[in-house]
Design a protein around this ligand. Structure first.
Ligand code: AVI
Length: 324
């Protein structure tokens, strides 16, 4: 197996660790405790997320793959060939090849905050696409990124196609989602396209089962955040005193994940003392779901005009193509 190219523009470990520390301490100090979902994804968290994507109850991954497979030709015609594909998040072994095959890009540039995961994802792609320039970049794609400096010579001016599958956009509050879409527009430049996966609103039991599976993998994923705080921030959160909960919030059209205190608990993080009363929660994730109208409103707010939408036959998930 080929070794993945080294990641360009590495984020210094210290910077990430300082951000993790600051956001956890700030989140635990609020009257309603909350920690941003992006901190789920250390190596263990990323492995657990991969396991979630294989679960019977977790429909988004297989449904999106189904759409990308069944509509590959149509998507290929709509995006055209020869663009530079910029994937926001490490390339997934199953989804990325479907787009690489459909769009015949001139280069592939995956951006992810986790260099380890990025390297793991790029190795197999380099084996399968030996002719394709693959340029992994470890970076926080919430901010605009000057990708010209990363692209092979002569490709700086190629038109770009952003790829943001998985409905990861749904993990952001609408305002942050709009900021991210704008930032992607800036990263991708004029005349660019964006192919984005968005999960749809559906009956509550389907949604709640997807985020609270029978095998407890999602519970382990949620609890790993507490374990990560203990490992990396000298924490003493009692894992046996916290329980995973996933609930549908109809007003905000989102699934919320929480860690609920099973009894009154006290713990330390980085030498600071915190307490939780029985029943109090740490809000760890939002996963917003969309209908056609809310999806279009969000994209337009972020500077993207929807061109085409592809759905599965149960209308569980949609893949939207939009232009800058
Ligand atoms: C990454 N993201 C789109 C997943 C979701 O469905 O919101 C994260 C996840 N959380 C629990 N299960 C999956």
């Amino acid at each position: 197996m080929a070794t993945a190219a080294p990641c360009l523009s590495e984020i210094p470990r210290d910077t990430l660790q300082a951000q993790f520390r600051a956001e956890v301490l700030q989140g635990l100090s609020q009257p309603r405790k909350a920690i941003p979902a992006r901190w789920f994804y250390d190596r263990r968290g990323s492995e657990l997320f991969e396991e979630i994507t294989q679960l019977e109850e977790y429909y988004p991954t297989r449904t999106e793959i189904g759409i990308l497979t069944d509509r590959q030709d149509e998507i290929g015609r709509a995006v055209g060939s020869g663009r530079v594909i910029v994937e926001f998040g490490a390339g997934s072994a199953t989804k990325t090849p479907l787009l690489l095959d459909a769009a015949a890009p001139s280069a592939y540039l995956p951006i992810d905050i986790s260099g380890d995961f990025l390297r793991d994802a790029c190795g197999p792609l380099e084996d399968s696409y030996p002719e394709l320039p693959i340029v992994p970049a470890e970076a926080d794609f919430m901010q605009p990124i000057a990708i010209e400096a990363l692209l092979p010579d002569g490709m700086e001016q190629e038109q770009r196609l952003g790829f943001f599958p998985g409905s990861t956009i749904g993990n952001m509050e609408p305002r942050a989602a709009i900021d991210l879409l704008r930032s992607m527009r800036e990263t991708l430049g004029p005349d660019s396209l964006l192919l984005i996966g968005m999960d749809r609103v559906k009956p509550r039991p389907v949604l709640e089962a997807a985020y609270d599976d029978a095998r407890g993998v999602t519970a382990a994923f949620n609890l790993n955040l507490a374990a990560r705080i203990n490992r990396e921030l000298d924490g003493s959160l009692p894992l046996d005193g916290l329980r995973h909960r996933a609930i549908w919030n109809d007003r905000h059209a989102r699934i919320e994940m929480h860690l609920v205190a099973q009894r009154d608990i006290g713990f330390e993080v980085c030498g600071r003392r915190f307490t939780m009363d029985e029943g109090e929660t740490i809000h760890t994730e939002n996963s917003h779901k969309y209908d056609m109208r809310s999806a279009a409103t969000l994209l337009l707010g972020g500077g993207w005009e929807p061109l085409s939408t592809w759905c599965d036959e149960d209308s569980h998930f949609m893949v939207v193509l939009a232009r800058a």
